[in-house]
Design a binder for this molecule. Structure first.
Ligand SMILES: *Cc1c(COP(=O)(O)O)cnc(C)c1O
Length: 396
């Protein structure tokens, strides 16, 4: 037998973290890495946040899981807090981002079936999007590398270029149920659309009774400097999928919806065994305690602007390597003129700096939201050492 006990679907690197200390990870060999990846935009309070740890410890000792057969004071509290902090009127809890997007897709379809628009089941989605790895969410993306081996896809999605309003109008038809879009594309390379584009989608949705779904799995929970990114575009969505940062490292997602959008989500329509269990809710409360306030959001904006300022000043030293800096808050992308993957590996293996590569020749810079200026200094030192010591590998 040659297959490993761990199914070999991830091309894992050699770094094997065993402990986290605030904004650093420590490997099996004792080496210390600056973590500007945050488990892909998840660990927004860093790795050893006392409030989060003690909330999980206390809840684990009190009640971990009961299923959704029973009343849930724990879920009610987090749902009330999310409703108070957002556009939403109602919340469904999941265990992951893909499940939150699945719930969003089902909510949109169910809305139309509930109000009698039986033909409206198709969502217009955007090229290079990432919505997760379930059959439904890979079908919502045009990325063939995620489709390979898993055909046939789920019907009901049409792909349009990100930002192409005319393309959206041309794709609309009698089956269109709505739009599913990341308000800033994450895996696609931190691509920020214009305010006008997202506002035009809102207008098209209003004019045609369609659902506007924002996949905020990566952009949500203070990552961009507001609780959710939609706030920055002057657009109120009907449905939002959120996850990643929501549990601060504990697996947790949610589908947020307006009362109107959730019309079809009636008793028995949807479910999850684990979704919203008391342990996950304790994590969410601790995260919301830390981030859902003006002071914290101001910190994200302030420290994000400082990091962008330092990066923009720096990249001019290496015009042959770096193109531009983009993003909002601490959801940042460094667009390169060279291949990002080998450079990300070089920063990691030779300078103990963790980042994440993305599409569109971009390196994602996703620090914990609790960084201070000392972490920016450390990051810039490592990045400049990495740039100075890098020789672009020859392509075979
Ligand atoms: C990460 C991500 C997902 C999928 O989340 P999982 O928890 O891996 O299922 C969906 N949408 C976006 C925008 C993401 O960044």
């Amino acid at each position: 037998m040659s297959i490993s006990p761990l199914m070999p679907v991830y091309p894992r690197c050699g770094f094997r973290p065993v402990r986290g200390e605030h904004c650093h990870l420590i490997g099996e060999d004792g080496r210390r890495y600056l973590d500007f990846a945050s488990g892909i935009a998840v660990n927004l309070l860093g790795h050893s946040h006392e409030g989060l740890i003690s909330a999980i410890q206390q809840q684990a000792a009190t009640l971990m899981h009961v299923s959704n057969l029973y009343g849930s004071p724990q879920q009610e509290r987090v749902a009330e807090r999310l409703v108070a902090a957002t556009f939403a009127d109602t919340v469904f809890f999941t265990n992951s981002g893909a499940e939150a997007v699945e719930c969003a897709i089902k909510t949109a379809r169910a809305y139309h079936q509930h109000v009698g628009n039986l033909d409206k089941y198709e969502l217009i989605t955007f090229k290079e999007a990432f919505h997760g790895r379930t059959l439904g969410t890979i079908s919502a993306s045009n990325q063939e590398k995620m489709h390979k081996g898993f055909l046939p896809l789920l019907p009901g999605f049409k792909y349009v270029d990100f930002g192409d309003l005319e393309g959206v109008k041309a794709a609309m038809g009698p089956n269109t149920a709505g739009f599913l879009i990341e308000p800033i594309q994450g895996e696609g390379g931190i691509r920020v659309p214009s305010d006008a584009f997202l506002q035009a989608l809102r207008q098209l949705a209003d004019d045609n009774d369609l659902m506007l779904i924002f996949d905020e799995v990566q952009t949500g929970v203070a990552r961009t400097g507001t609780m959710y990114a939609y706030e920055q575009f002057g657009v109120i969505p009907d449905i939002v999928a959120t996850a990643k940062g929501l549990g601060g490292g504990f697996p947790l997602g949610a589908c947020l919806a307006t009362e109107k959008a959730a019309r079809g989500m009636v008793a028995g329509a949807h479910g999850s065994t684990y979704g919203g269990n008391p342990l996950a809710m304790a994590a969410a409360n601790a995260v919301l305690d830390a981030v859902a306030n003006e002071e914290f959001l101001a910190h994200v904006n302030d420290i994000g602007a400082k990091l962008v300022g330092r990066l923009e000043q720096f990249i001019g030293n290496y015009p042959e390597m770096f193109d531009s800096v983009r993003g909002r808050g601490l959801l940042l992308g460094l667009k390169l003129k060279i291949e990002p993957r080998p450079f990300v590996a070089h920063m990691r293996d030779n300078h103990q700096l963790l980042t994440v590569s993305a599409g569109d020749q971009t390196v994602r810079i996703l620090p914990p939201l609790v960084i201070d200026e000392s972490h920016i200094d450390e990051f810039m030192d490592k990045l400049s050492a990495a740039a100075a010591s890098y020789s672009v590998p020859e392509v075979a």
